[in-house]
Design a protein around this ligand. Sequence first.
Ligand code: CS2
Length: 492
Amino acid sequence: MNRLSLRTLSGIAAPVVRPDFEPSSVTVGMLHLGLGAFHRAHQAVYTDDILARDPRWGICGVSLKTPRAIEPLAAQDGLYAMLTKDSEGTVARVIGSVRELRFAGADRTGLINRFADPRITVVTSTVTEKGYCHDPATGALNRAHPDIVHDFEHPGAPISAVGILTAGLAARKAANAGPLTFVCCDNLPHNGRMVEGLVSSFARERDGALADWIGANVSFPSSMVDRIVPATTDADLALAERLLGVHDAAPVAAEHFGQWVIEDRFAGARPPWEVAGAQFVADVAPFEMMKLRLLNGSHSTLAYLGFLMRHDFVWQASGDSLLAALVERQMVEEIVPTLAKPAGTDLRAYCAQLMQRFRNSALPHRTKQIAMDGSQKLPQRMWGTVRDRITAGAPYAHLALAIAGWIRYASGTDERGGIIEVSDPLASTFARIVADARGDAETIADGFLDLKTVFGADLVAHYAFREAVRSNVVALFRDGARTTLARHLGMK
Ligand code: CS2
């Protein structure tokens, strides 16, 4: 079968949607770090939507750690299918906005020099929470992280996102290529300000003049990104091939819903993403808090407790009446009261819409996928809400159970004694805590609750918080998730 490419594109027929611009006449105006499925189903689609109007904004997609994402796309001239799926069916669309591909490991100097192209004025990133090598509790650069240690020693051949960005900015400064905007698109609080802090502390240690130049020429707007994009499955590959009539080795599958709220603080020219529905606002914080606490917080609750209750997929977990009741009450009773209402948003309607999005069975999303990297994700998804509830003297019992669900999951065995492969930068720390506890649930809970880099010094020292989580961990080990949850909800 033929492969998707610029040559075969014209043969792809409706109802598959083809780019409404000529991909080969697009020039590159932005770089993207982290060419995973999320980027290809989100920022690349917003960009695809505006290229007919302004062909200056083609994307140079960069993969930092592995060539896996690059190779299939390179064989397809950067083209791939985006499948949007819900109960009404699937819509297939070919995305043509990724015009250049680079694997950092293949040519670091070439990549760094790309930042010095004056036509490139925007850099975006989706490198996942752990990709910024920061301390999750404080947001500061983790200087002990092996990639950061490497990059301080070899600033000209960096491997971390922060190191590559800093080296790229040094090249831009040397070439006098003008101001640049970096838009972080990962699920981190105040993500722009956070990355600015990381880059400026990394740069200052290298070269004070570079740090000053960055301060004067580079802006780091925060942004809230939203679209549920599970890992692509074999079924998606087969479906893309059937719908397109050509082989596509790199399709992405996602929901129809999409949201992108960006702080309007660009240092130079930018793509007109508002034409594609992005919102440019003065303050992203209310949107970001709503999304991280309600969507991502609920996702994590469904992932940990759902997995323990043997739900492989989010649509199953959110269709389980006990879990649905917990998540709904957690949102309405504990999270919503901590939020400022973002302009134009009805928070109750947002919660109801989330439950519907979670229940999209046409888009199976593995609880195990969301369960990854809890130590990096939960601080922004849950701790902030807990802190606000503590300050307000308000209860946080549902959150305490969800957090206990994470500890129970991260202890590495399921409820039938099977091994859970815990994927987390702190997995070996968790395994040590569990081994040292010799099966005692309270000791396991305390081992986790002592982790300052995860919980922060304040929560580690908060007696009532620890007790609330600890008693739930004990119940989860003793009685299992279903019984604990039913009792918690007064249904048993
Ligand atoms: C999920 C997110 O994997 C996860 O941790 O919670 O990827 C989530 O699907 C997106 O943030 C939705 O915008």
